[in-house]
Structure formats: structure tokens, C-alpha cells
Design a protein around this ligand. Structure first.
Ligand code: SF4
Length: 368
């Protein structure tokens, strides 16, 4: 939780993707999507396992062909994280994926076809008790909606979503979540805001096709943060033209900043200037890499000099404040007797962080 603000989340229904709850105040789950060929089962399994290591909650896998559906069957048996089958165009791929154990489906109303096909998918999902995501995308709106609005507008995205929500309602199917994504931040945010007021189902949020690692991170952070601050969003995916692992890390970073979820080390580090007593940038980057395996939340401040170092160290679980040749080390806001030699900071601080994590984990285990 953030010290200064608590976000009131939009009230929504709860569904489950495998064992992961979505909606009704559940932790905001982080999704990513494999970008290996699904038919390359070994690489896809490897990527899913890598995503699990960095804390992904749910993984989406594209099923573009029947061959991919056959591979999905094998992949599903080898991983424990819930899998969503991503379906476009051919409803038979949806039916096959459900048969092969998908924990959820993502269908795109703009290209899945007529109501009859949708009803077959829904019937199958109902039988297996799995949810569906209605995934509207500004880039693939239905032709008639696009004709009506001329360009993708928030209202157009919402109309597409509502059309399918009504199909689902008619079929008495309520286990679904909805997304109305666009690559334009204003378009996506407004669409979610409108939709959020109209329905009670959980919302999967994201800025689609956001771009390269840096550009996409900035766009996603702005769009997703606007929604989260409004209390909108039950699960999210950061769409980056980068390794999917980065999507998960950025997702956690956004949620961490807003106090909505915490995982791993929150490094507080100064931008550096000529007052720095040690190489802050190098130390922070190295420690970030070395400590990637940590999932226990902890604040660690690494500040180059006393200007802001003492204040930040007092607010952090562990803190380092740059000093001449040796730097002051703080634990739980209290300055420790022994300083760290500046040339030994990386090794020594890693040990101190790991020891502290061990203590925190032991304490948490005792409380259980
Ligand atoms: Fe410079 Fe010190 Fe500020 Fe870091 S904390 S930017 S070293 S003045």
C-alpha cells in the first residue's frame, strides 16, 4: 500500500483464470504473452517458465492454426501458470483450445464471426467452466461499427464490447472480462472510463502495440496509471516490442509505484551529480541484475551523498548514504555502526540485502 494514498478500486465481479482471481478487489494480476512460435513447444515452454520466474500470473499463447492448438495441448501439461488461448478468425481453434485445457480464451469480436460461432464458443467454455476475455482492439473493429464512427473512437470501442457482452448475456454467460485497447493513450483511457461505468465485469487493461521498450514503457505507464488511479483495472498486460519478461517487470513496477502490488526490491536511487561519493548508477544496475530472483518486497535506498541520503535511508528498510571512502549503512531507518567501504559496496550490500530478506521471510513464515 502507498503511504500517502489508497486507491479506491472500481467494484467488479470476480472470475478465475485457473487459480488466479480477477476482479472484486483481487490483486491486480499481471499477464504477458509468449512470442515464440507456439508450434515450437520447447521454446514456448522455456519462455513461459522464464516469465514465471519474474512473477507472471497468467500467460497468453497465440493459437493461429490447428497445429498450434496441438502444441498448446503439450505446453499446457508442462507448465503450472494459467494459460489463455488467444484466438482470432477461426472459432474452431477456440473449441480445440478449450478441449486441450485452456484456462481462459481471448476472442476478438471484430473477427470471430457471427453470433452462432460465438454461441458455440460460449457453450464450450460454459461446459468447461472457463472464462473468456472479450478483447476489443481499435485496430480490428467490426466493419459496421467502423463505418458508423468512421474512425476508432472510445464510443466505437465500447459499442463493440457491449455488442458482445449482450451476446454473452443472452446466452446466460457471465464469466468474462473485457478489454478495449488502443495504441493511443487518450482513446484507450476514455474507452475504459466509459465502459467501466456501464458494466460490472472485470476489466483487462493495457495500451496495445505501445512500441519499443522505452517508448512502450512510457506510453503504457501513462495510460495504465491514469486508469489505475481512477480505480479501473483488474488485470493488465504491458504490450512491448521487447522480451516479454520486460512486460512483466514493467507491470510490477507500475503497480509498485501506485502501492497496488509489491514484488522484489524497490530501489530508491538518486540521479547522481558531482557530489556522489560512489558510482551510484553502476551499483544500482549491478545490484538490480544480481537480485532479480528476490520476490519479497523491500525498499532499498542507494544515494550518492548526504544531501538526500540520510532522509531516504531513514524511510527505507535498508539504506546507503554516500560518504568519503566509506558510506553509511542504515537498517530499518537506524544508522549502523559499521560503514561499507565504497569499493566493496556491491558485494557487501548484496549480502546485507539477502540476509535481510531471509529475516523478513522467516518472520512472515512465523506469522502464517
Ligand atoms: Fe547529487 Fe547527492 Fe543529490 Fe545524489 S543525492 S544527486 S549525489 S546531491
Amino acid at each position: 500500500m502507498n503511504k500517502y494514498k489508497t486507491i479506491n478500486r472500481r467494484k467488479s465481479d470476480r472470475i478465475y483464470v485457473g487459480t488466479v482471481p480477477i476482479g472484486n478487489n483481487s490483486p491486480i494480476s499481471i499477464q504477458s504473452m509468449t512470442n515464440t512460435k507456439t508450434t515450437n513447444t520447447l521454446d514456448t515452454i522455456k519462455q513461459i517458465l522464464e516469465l514465471q520466474k519474474v512473477g507472471v500470473d497468467i500467460v497468453r499463447v497465440a493459437i493461429p492454426t490447428m497445429k498450434a492448438a496441438e502444441s498448446f495441448k503439450i505446453i499446457k501439461k508442462k507448465v503450472s501458470v494459467p494459460l489463455i488461448a488467444d484466438i482470432h478468425f477461426d472459432y474452431r481453434l477456440a473449441l480445440k483450445s478449450i478441449e486441450y485445457g485452456a484456462d481462459c480464451l481471448r476472442v476478438n469480436p471484430g473477427n470471430i464471426g457471427n453470433k452462432k460461432r460465438v454461441s458455440e464458443i460460449v457453450k464450450c467454455a460454459k461446459d468447461k467452466n472457463i472464462p473468456i476475455r472479450i478483447g476489443v482492439n481499435a485496430g480490428s473493429l467490426e466493419k459496421d461499427i467502423l463505418k458508423k464512427y468512421r474512425i476508432p473512437t472510445p464510443e466505437a470501442l465500447v459499442e463493440s464490447a457491449i455488442r458482445h457482452i449482450e451476446y454473452f448475456d443472452d446466452l446466460n454467460f457471465h464469466q468474462f472480462k473485457v478489454s478495449v485497447k488502443a495504441s493511443d493513450v487518450f482513446l484507450a483511457v476514455e474507452a475504459y472510463r466509459i465502459l467501466g461505468k456501464k458494466i460490472t465485469q472485470p476489466l483487462h487493461i493495457g495500451i496495445t502495440e505501445a512500441g519499443s521498450f522505452r517508448n512502450g514503457t512510457v506510453k503504457s505507464s501513462i495510460g495504465i496509471a491514469c486508469l489505475l488511479l481512477d480505480g479501473i483495472g483488474d488485470t493488465l498486460r504491458i504490450s512491448l516490442s521487447a522480451n516479454p519478461i520486460e512486460e512483466v517487470k514493467v507491470g510490477y513496477d507500475i503497480l509498485k509505484v501506485l502501492g497496488l502490488r509489491s514484488r522484489g526490491i524497490n530501489f530508491i536511487a538518486c540521479p547522481t551529480c558531482s557530489r556522489q561519493e560512489f558510482d551510484v548508477i553502476n551499483i544500482v544496475n549491478q545490484l538490480e541484475k544480481r537480485l532479480e530472483d528476490i520476490s519479497t518486497p523491500i525498499d532499498v535506498s542507494i544515494i550518492g551523498c548526504i544531501v538526500n541520503g540520510i532522509g531516504e535511508a531513514k524511510l527505507s528498510t535498508l539504506g546507503l548514504t554516500g560518504g568519503y571512502k566509506k558510506s553509511a549503512f542504515y537498517e530499518d531507518g537506524i544508522r549502523q555502526k559499521n560503514k561499507l567501504k565504497n569499493e566493496e559496496i556491491i558485494e557487501k550490500l548484496e549480502i546485507k540485502i539477502r540476509n535481510k530478506i531471509k529475516k523478513i521471510d522467516e518472520l512472515n513464515n512465523c506469522k502464517k
